[in-house]
Design a binder for this molecule. Structure first.
Ligand code: NAD
Length: 260
């Protein structure tokens, strides 16, 4: 199997996109740590992966908390002899016009998306360097790493920032055989998006159907949502790519919503 024996950490993997990435890695033989705020759901996902015949564990982690990140990553590395793959996926959404966006919400968004990506990257890179094996880091960005939408100032800022981090990791990591790429999904029906539909309908004064059709999927080539499986396959492609030819890149998976 493509990832046999590799050890992977996926943040925010108790739900949605991260959960599917973790399951996909498990099906390919990787040992998978599900790092999430929600430990009960992380342990349930780990049990589903263990049932596939590989090793999995749930790790209680707020990705914005330095101590929790370092302790969680160190525990995974100690258990499985290192960390080969990090998927920085944990994220939330808070929508509001800029003029109504509170500083507390802005800081919370940047802490989870950017501090979280930085802290997990740093902790994992230390193990990737010291093991001598290198590794691969994949950021779950968004079409909002490339494009903007109204009401999403903090999200768009953070997702653009992740592209910069992915490029720096690619440059610094190369001599240690650490690669880094970003996957940029379009809209995927997960709890994160389901929560936004009524919020956007309220803010924009349109129906929920119109939010889906005329806001979320308006610029896709076929009016379709991207699926968790689509995103997981793109992540797997990056995780198993055999050389440094693919590093510092962004791969957009969005039914043509954004074309590079
Ligand atoms: P989701 O709400 O289904 O899952 C997010 C998970 O992250 C949850 O399990 C939650 O407990 C966890 N989490 C939240 N804050 C955390 C923290 N501080 N520390 C650790 N875990 C935390 O969301 P999703 O749609 O699967 O989103 C996953 C990622 O994909 C996010 O980064 C999101 O921005 C990105 N993304 C989502 C879409 C989409 O349309 N759903 C599109 C593009 C990008």
């Amino acid at each position: 199997m493509k990832l046999d024996g590799k050890s992977a950490i996926v943040t925010g993997a108790a739900s949605g996109i991260g959960r599917e990435i973790a399951l996909t890695f498990g099906r390919k033989g990787a040992k998978v740590a599900i790092a999430d705020l929600n430990l009960a759901a992380a342990e349930e996902a780990a049990a589903a992966i263990s049932a596939l015949g590989t090793d999995a564990m749930g790790v209680a982690m707020d990705v914005a908390n330095e101590e929790q990140v370092n302790a969680g990553v160190d525990a995974v590395a100690a258990k499985w002899g290192g960390v080969d793959i990090l998927v920085s996926n944990a994220g939330i959404q808070i929508v509001n016009p800029i003029v109504d966006y509170t500083l507390a919400d802005w800081k919370k968004m940047l802490a989870i998306h950017l501090d979280g990506a930085f802290l997990t990257t740093r902790a994992c890179m230390r193990h990737m360097y010291s093991s001598g094996r290198g590794g691969t880091i994949i950021y779950i960005g968004s079409v909002h790493s490339k494009e903007a939408s109204a009401l999403k100032c903090a999200y768009v800022t953070a997702k653009h920032g992740l592209e910069g981090l992915a490029k720096v990791v690619a440059k610094e990591g190369a001599k240690h055989n650490v690669r880094s790429n970003l996957i940029a999904p379009g809209y995927v029906r997960t709890p994160l998006v389901d929560k936004q539909i009524p919020e956007q309908a309220r803010e924009l004064g349109i129906s929920e159907e119109d939010v889906i059709k005329n806001v979320m999927l308006k610029d896709t080539v076929d009016g379709q949502f991207t699926t968790v499986e689509d995103v997981a396959q793109a992540v797997l492609f990056c995780a198993t790519f055999p050389s440094n030819a693919l590093t510092g890149q962004s791969l957009v998976v969005s039914h043509g919503w954004f074309m590079q």
